[in-house]
Design a protein. Structure first.
Length: 173
């Protein structure tokens, strides 16, 4: 606290100006970042099940706690950046090579990102960093891009039958 005395020159009346500077000493406790799951955004298939792998260039969702701020953030400009304005960054490591995923949206409990198309294929890990703190690594499987492909061995070789098979019986892989 500081005390300043001043005198009004016209009236000769002394005035006391009291200025008080209060500093509240509090500490913000850093929360641990916990990753519960990293899932393919198209299927939300659990790791180890069919369609659970995340294709290069596709979107995936990270679920957990303390992943980012309480307020939703979403990318609104291109090119996409490798970190958000609040400092969220996602690193994918496969076969010893690290790739920076591209965040699309973030909340406290979920982050959506794009797996870079140059990320190696195979089993690897994901870590998320927020406010200078990093999560433990969790597993991920990066796969090649195969959007809506069909296994020919499961369908008739005739063109029309194959089209019908793709829609009804075989489904999309």
């Amino acid at each position: 606290m500081s005390l300043n005395a001043t005198t009004n020159a016209r009236s000769g009346i002394g005035a006391v100006l009291v200025s008080c500077i209060v500093t509240a000493g509090f500490q913000v406790r850093a929360q641990n970042i916990t990753l519960d799951a990293v899932l393919n955004s198209a299927s939300y298939a659990l790791p180890g099940t069919p369609n659970a792998a995340i294709a290069q260039g596709s979107m995936f969702a990270v679920f957990g706690s303390n992943l980012g701020p309480d307020v939703l953030w979403q990318a609104s400009q291109f090119p996409l950046q490798t970190s958000t304005p609040s400092g969220i960054a996602i690193k994918v490591t496969v076969a010893g090579k690290s790739c920076d995923a591209l965040p699309i949206y973030t909340t406290q409990k979920q982050v959506g990102a794009i797996l870079p198309s140059d990320c190696p294929l195979g089993d690897g890990t994901v870590t998320l960093t927020y406010n200078g703190r990093s999560s433990a690594a969790v597993p991920i499987r990066a796969a090649s891009t195969r959007a809506f492909t069909l296994r020919a061995s499961e369908c008739s070789s005739r063109r029309n039958a194959a089209r019908a098979c793709a829609i009804s019986r075989c489904g999309w892989n």
